[in-house]
Design a binder for this molecule. Structure first.
Ligand SMILES: Cc1cc2nc3c(=O)[nH]c(=O)nc-3n(C[C@H](O)[C@H](O)[C@H](O)COP(=O)(O)OP(=O)(O)OC[C@H]3O[C@@H](n4cnc5c(N)ncnc54)[C@H](O)[C@@H]3O)c2cc1C
Length: 97
């Protein structure tokens, strides 16, 4: 599960860095930003979900703030554009292209 978390985190990091470089070159990153936000927030949720599982019953309690982390990352799929709205943005861009 830790290895899966690492793969998830590094995938999101790579996409964010690629988008930042594209933005730095003055390119349009409209779709890339939605890709980053969607991938990262879904990734964080998966990671938090695994961390709760790794710690078992303690992961569900206030032990080391794990349940707080789990609640916080859940909200990220809602604010600053819900996951569904970012998918809509990506779909619209793909169809336009
Ligand atoms: C912790 C937190 C902090 C926030 N901070 C801020 C802030 O600082 N400033 C601010 O302005 N707002 C903030 N918000 C509000 C947030 O931006 C909205 O909750 C968010 O935009 C979703 O709007 P809504 O809640 O009205 O859901 P709705 O728009 O009613 O959507 C409900 C559900 O339907 C889905 N949905 C909606 N339309 C479609 C569609 N066309 N196709 C498919 N699915 C769809 C959505 O993805 C969602 O799952 C915050 C929210 C949270 C939870």
């Amino acid at each position: 599960m830790l290895a899966e978390c690492k793969v998830d985190i590094e995938s999101a990091r790579a996409l964010i860095l690629k988008t930042a470089r594209k933005l730095h070159r003055g390119k349009d990153v409209t779709m890339d930003v939605s890709l980053c936000k969607y991938l990262s927030t879904e990734m964080c949720f998966r990671v938090a979900h695994r961390v709760v599982q790794i710690f078992g019953g303690r992961g569900y309690t206030k032990y080391r703030g794990i349940e707080r982390f789990f609640r916080d990352v859940r909200a990220a799929r809602i604010y600053e554009g819900t996951s569904q709205i970012h998918l809509l943005n990506i779909g619209k861009r793909l169809l336009a292209e």
